[in-house]
Ligand binder design. Sequence first.
Ligand SMILES: [Fe+2]
Length: 278
Amino acid sequence: MGLSLRYEKAGKRVVQNTLRVLILGDIVGQPGIRAVYANMQKLKKLKKADLVIVNGENAFDGRGITPEQCDMIFSSGVNVITSGNHIWQQASIHQYLNDSPYLLRPENYPVGVPGKGFCIVEVNGEKAGVVNLEGRVFMSSIRCPFLIGKEICQRLRRETNIIIVDFHAEWPEEKEALGLYLDGKISALIGTHTHVQTADERILPGGTGYITDIGMTGPTGSVIGMKKEIVLRKNLTQMPLKMEVEESPAEIMGVVMEIDSKTGKTLSIERVKQTSSL
Ligand SMILES: [Fe+2]
């Protein structure tokens, strides 16, 4: 938790308790895992982050994540791992989803599938809610992220005003719409899934931080993390070629936000984009 000194209109000094949250985009393959593991402590210090959330759904060769990779990510200093449509692809993760309180899958999947889509994490004596939802435009027709999101956030608000939503979705319209729908009810709505960082970070009128997509933590010189030669061949031939993760050092992308601990409103949101040395 940090202390932030601000000046009100009349020149009065106001000291606020704040929580600084670092969120990184989708980890792609070994380059992404290496980048998180090698840089997390340095990055946390640099960004003065109290809470770290990463989306890990493309960690295993671009398709899902394994228990061993989750353990490695958590041990680097990450508090919560979110995910998305690829989370189901490694069978070994299903039990881990049930067992770990801090590995999330989108909450709006059908009732009864492994895992859960929200948690409350405590850092520096402050409680924060983290929610994972998935979009439906150009994706699976799962339950409504708007209604489920609102219900879960209302439930979490009984315990904390600090709520961060990872909305794993394809379509900007759906992402902006959910951001506005939940504005004032959550601290931030952060888009993931496209692997392309957008430059539209802002604070919505009700105090909710917003960005359409934070990008990826994955190999540079790739096409959304994949080998460019295969992606080009696939596009030129329209053959169902299997994608492979590019083998180059990763770019680390995300945002860092400062949130007022009392009101849960976002005070600042800033993009993160840097190349890993590994
Ligand atoms: Fe995805």
